[in-house]
Design a protein around this ligand. Structure first.
Ligand code: CA
Length: 222
């Protein structure tokens, strides 16, 4: 899952980025409204965190323009504005939620999780053969044995498992799991995939993560 933060206060942005990365999200930061809108419109994000008052373009304006093209992607405002009128105005511009500064990271994380929670009909628990991945508890089990993964390994497995049965191109994996500063080097993915296969103790009979030569990977049950 990839999140865009548009926030001009560098300290807050860095704090949020670090906290969210520790939760296995890939995070990009834009420090002004214009860059924020351009990145948002790339369509690469699963959620936007928008500051309200920004140089260039306000969070409200970004949200309005973003909503013309993307209706489903959740948007959360970070705002010091907290009068009823302004909050209503924010929600009317198409935001799903807002959080008032100053806030506790745990609260923000919970609101992010709520927005990214599986919709009805979807599940938080994904299975791949005898592997179970729970996106709410961040737990990975092989049968009954817990497997400890790094954040990036978890995000990588989550991406593959959510796209089970589909060929996942390396470029798409990078876009979803790594951030914009990632130096494009598909070899890194191969290293992570191999680490993942080792940690999951996949036997030849459990070849759940298969390489599609020259293209990427596919997660499938044998
Ligand atoms: Ca601001």
């Amino acid at each position: 899952m990839r999140i865009l933060i548009v926030e001009d206060e560098a300290g807050i942005a860095a704090f949020l980025k670090q906290g969210l990365e520790e939760e296995s999200y890939a995070v990009d930061v834009a420090s002004n409204g214009r860059t924020g809108l351009d990145l948002a419109l790339s369509g690469e994000y699963d959620l936007l965190l928008l500051d309200w008052m920004l140089p260039g373009l306000s969070g409200i304006e970004i949200c309005r323009q973003f909503r013309k093209e993307f209706q489903q992607t959740p948007v959360i405002f970070l705002t010091a504005k907290d009068t009823v009128d302004e909050t209503v105005f924010g929600l009317q511009s198409g935001a799903n939620d807002y959080i008032k500064k100053p806030f506790h990271f745990e609260e923000l994380l919970e609101r992010v999780r709520v927005q990214l929670r599986p919709k009805s009909g979807e599940h938080a628990v994904f299975k791949l053969g005898n592997i179970t991945l729970n996106t709410e508890t961040h737990q990975v089990l092989k049968e009954d044995m817990e497997i400890h993964l790094t954040q990036k390994e978890f995000a990588l497995l989550e991406y593959l498992i959510r796209n089970k049965g589909k060929v996942c191109r390396r470029t798409r994996i990078i876009e979803s799991v790594w951030d914009i500063n990632f130096e494009y080097n598909t070899g890194v993915i191969d290293v992570y995939i191999n680490a993942l296969r080792k940690k999951l103790l996949l036997t030849p009979e459990e070849n759940y993560i298969q390489t599609i030569r020259g293209i990427g990977y596919i997660a499938k049950e044998i």
